[in-house]
Design a protein around this ligand. Structure first.
Ligand SMILES: CC(C)(COP(=O)(O)OP(=O)(O)OC[C@H]1O[C@@H](n2cnc3c(N)ncnc32)[C@H](O)[C@@H]1OP(=O)(O)O)[C@@H](O)C(=O)NCCC(=O)NCCS
Length: 168
């Protein structure tokens, strides 16, 4: 729990513009414990999943699956610790999560959404060959967001065809 608190604290200035949950930071220790327990319960119940990414004992970032994108679909989210930016970690996390999602027989589609102003985030699905589906007007959810959601998607068939060498 301590390393998560430190990682979020160290990265708070670059997370604040984009991540809505940062407004609740710093969480008290009991609240963070409750949050981690909730993540475990959600995973066990087959709802949302949250993962940490580590290099030894250093937190590189966090990522996970949202289950809000509709049937047979998972949405991926990610953030990277400020000391590990621009080294391909977000792309690597999204690659691993996409492969993991498609290892679930019922999952046919993976989505990534980001605010249009968050071009660094958009570089991730683009690099992985996701399809740019379009934009829609949404509420702004963090200080730098402009309320335009950019949606990207990947089908299982396409993922398998472009990753035959890597994963197969
Ligand atoms: C968006 C975010 C997750 C990107 O993380 P990242 O790990 O820096 O992203 P990646 O390194 O995978 O890819 C982005 C860049 O690294 C470059 N890159 C990829 N692999 C690389 C490697 N092996 N070595 C060096 N650079 C590399 C990419 O070309 C890309 O270049 P750019 O920065 O000029 O666009 C990060 O900026 C972040 O945490 N932002 C705040 C939270 C957030 O916005 N989350 C997403 C909400 S939708």
């Amino acid at each position: 729990m301590g390393i998560l608190r430190e990682a979020v604290q160290e990265s708070i200035d670059h997370l604040r513009p984009w991540m809505s949950w940062i407004e609740f930071e710093p969480l008290s220790d009991p609240d963070r414990e409750a949050l981690i327990r909730q993540w475990e319960e959600d995973w066990i119940a087959g709802r949302e999943v949250v993962f940490g990414a580590f290099l030894g004992d250093q937190v590189v970032g966090g990522c996970g699956f949202h289950d809000r994108a509709g049937p047979n679909t998972l949405e991926i989210g990610y953030w990277v610790h400020v000391d590990h930016l621009r080294q391909g970690y977000a792309t690597e996390m999204a690659h691993i999560l996409t492969s993991a999602a498609f290892a679930v027989p019922s999952i046919e589609r993976v989505e990534i959404h980001h605010d249009k102003a968050n071009t660094r985030s958009g570089a991730v699905p683009e690099a992985l060959g996701f399809n740019l589906d379009g934009e829609s007007q949404v509420k702004t959810h963090a200080p730098a967001t402009i309320g335009i959601d950019v949606a990207w998607s990947m089908s299982k068939r396409r993922w398998q065809s472009i990753n035959t060498t890597l994963d197969g």
